[in-house]
Structure formats: structure tokens, C-alpha cells
Ligand binder design. Structure first.
Ligand SMILES: [Zn+2]
Length: 301
């Protein structure tokens, strides 16, 4: 009997050493996408941050919603590998994806499309870190050592990274969400990180420079890759069905704006009258107005 218990203990000890970490071992908020590919979000709807392990060290995509999340995520990454982070790829420029750069870099080399650094500098708020630090002891510890790091490398239109056994294709998505949006495609694994061109059942805050034809073109491009798994900038891991859902939303929105505008209605009247009851279950209903602004521009061209 003694021997048996000892054997069970020994076998479980060996298994703990030999088996790759499971998502639940990394802590709450982690989802395993495929072998060596994990996505983290502290809360549903938060920005996603991901790690892809390679023989030559991990690659990170996005730096998480809030600084405490960035540290939580990094603690998970350290359970998966003791190799230093090689690259950190941004899918956009906003703080909920980029503020945490300093946690990874150095040593990580930060990459995003041309224009990312300039946009980050434009949005930089020197009061943000001290304001966050004043919120709680947890936050104060989490922002310790903060400094703004803008991308070290900016590519144009397309870039390929070959690292260890993996290939990463970085694809520029023009005018879809921020000043520099990058989708990351892993062709061998058929996993696509889709930035914030589409999220999951949430009306997106469209900035004035976003155009709906460009957004629709980005869905077409991303669907043409035929990914098996799509990791959105916000929301749970999904498939290309999120592109179909957003295509449906924007197509109907533009159609309604077009009809109302052709009847001579002003933008203000359209904003008061236009409803999208088919999408009533989506979050971010207060952003319908900015979506109408962008749709109106596309029909008035
Ligand atoms: Zn954003």
C-alpha cells in the first residue's frame, strides 16, 4: 500500500513536470487557443493580450487592459517559459492595448504599423500614470516603473516574422479603428488575431477617420485567409462568424442611413430616428451615434 501511494505521488510529480501548462494553471482569465498559444483577459470585454510560445522565446500580442492585468498576464507567461520575450506586437495604438509595454520591454522589441509611435505620442497623457497610481495600492504597485515605450519597429503594409518554428504575418488594416491597426496571422496554426476591426457583439467606438468601406474590406481580407480561430481585440475567442455579424450590422446601418438621407433627412434627424433593433443585444448602444456619423459620411461621398 505504501509503495502504491508513493508510486502515485511519483507519477503525478513527473506528470506535473512533463506536461505543458494547462490554461487553468495559469490563473483565471487565460484561454488556451492551441498548443503554445494562450489568450488572456481579466474580465469579459476587456482588451485581449496573447502569448505565442516559440523555440526561440515568446511573442506577445497586446499589453492588456490595465497595468495589474499586464502583470497578471506576465506571471502566466513566466509559468509557460523562462525564455525572454522576443517581440511585442500591437494590434492598435490605444492605451488599453499599449500602456503596459514597459512590463515586457526591454527585452521585447515592440512592433506596429507606420504611424503608431506618432499617434501614441499625440495621445500621451503625462497625468495618466500618477492618476492611476492614486486609485488604489494595487494600482500604485502595478504602475511602478512605468514609462511610455513607442514601437521600436514600424512596418509598412505587411511584415513577416520567422521565429523558431512559427511564422507571424503582420497585416495592416487601414482606417478600421486606430491610427495603426495590425492583424496578426499564423498561417500554419490558422489562428488570426483580428485587432479591433471587429469585436464580439459590441458596437465599436468609430473614430472620425474610420470608413465603413475600409472596415468591410478588412473583413474580406481576414476571411480570405480562412482562419480556424479568430482572436478579437476585445471579447471571447471566436471564428470568422464575428466578421459576418459586423458585416451585417454595418451593411444594414449604411442602408438605413442611405434611405433616410435620400428622403432629405439631416444627420441630426437620422441620429434621432434610426434604430437597429436587430442588434439590441449588443453592448455599447451609446456608440450608435458615432457609427451613424461615419455611415453618413460614406453615403454623402
Ligand atoms: Zn481601441
Amino acid at each position: 500500500m505504501k509503495l502504491r501511494i508513493g508510486t502515485v505521488f511519483l507519477v503525478s510529480l513527473i506528470l506535473t513536470w512533463a506536461l505543458p501548462a494547462r490554461a487553468q494553471d495559469l490563473g483565471p482569465g487565460f484561454t488556451k487557443v492551441k498548443d503554445g498559444i494562450y489568450v488572456y483577459a481579466a474580465k469579459p470585454g476587456n482588451s485581449t493580450c496573447s502569448v505565442i510560445l516559440t523555440d526561440e522565446g515568446p511573442v506577445i500580442i497586446d499589453a492588456c487592459q490595465r497595468p495589474p492585468d499586464t502583470h497578471q498576464f506576465m506571471a502566466g507567461v513566466k509559468k509557460l517559459t523562462d525564455k525572454p520575450v522576443r517581440f511585442l506586437i500591437d494590434t492598435e495604438v490605444h492605451n488599453d492595448h499599449t500602456f503596459g509595454h514597459w512590463v515586457f520591454s526591454p527585452p521585447a522589441v515592440v512592433i506596429n504599423h507606420e504611424g503608431a509611435g506618432e499617434a501614441m505620442k499625440k495621445y500621451f497623457d503625462p497625468k495618466r500614470a500618477p492618476t492611476l497610481a492614486a486609485q488604489s495600492a494595487e494600482m500604485r504597485d502595478a504602475v511602478k516603473g512605468y514609462k511610455m515605450i513607442t514601437p521600436h519597429l514600424e512596418y509598412k503594409n505587411k511584415m513577416t516574422i520567422n521565429l523558431g518554428e512559427r511564422t507571424f504575418e503582420l497585416l495592416y488594416l487601414k482606417n478600421v479603428h486606430s491610427e495603426a491597426d495590425t492583424a496578426v496571422w499564423l498561417p500554419k496554426e490558422r489562428v488570426l488575431f483580428a485587432a479591433s476591426a471587429a469585436n464580439v457583439k459590441s458596437i465599436i467606438n468609430l473614430r472620425p477617420f474610420v470608413t465603413i468601406p475600409d472596415v468591410l474590406a478588412s473583413y474580406k481580407l481576414m476571411k480570405s485567409l480562412n482562419p480556424e480561430i479568430v482572436v478579437p481585440g476585445h471579447g471571447p475567442v471566436s471564428t470568422t462568424k464575428i466578421f459576418d455579424e459586423y458585416e451585417g450590422f454595418y451593411t444594414l446601418l449604411v442602408q438605413r442611413v442611405q434611405e433616410m438621407a435620400s428622403k432629405g433627412k439631416s444627420l441630426d434627424e437620422i441620429k434621432k430616428e434610426l434604430k437597429m433593433p436587430e442588434f439590441a443585444d449588443w453592448s455599447g448602444q451609446d456608440r450608435l451615434g458615432v457609427n451613424i456619423d461615419v455611415a453618413y459620411k460614406s453615403v454623402k461621398k
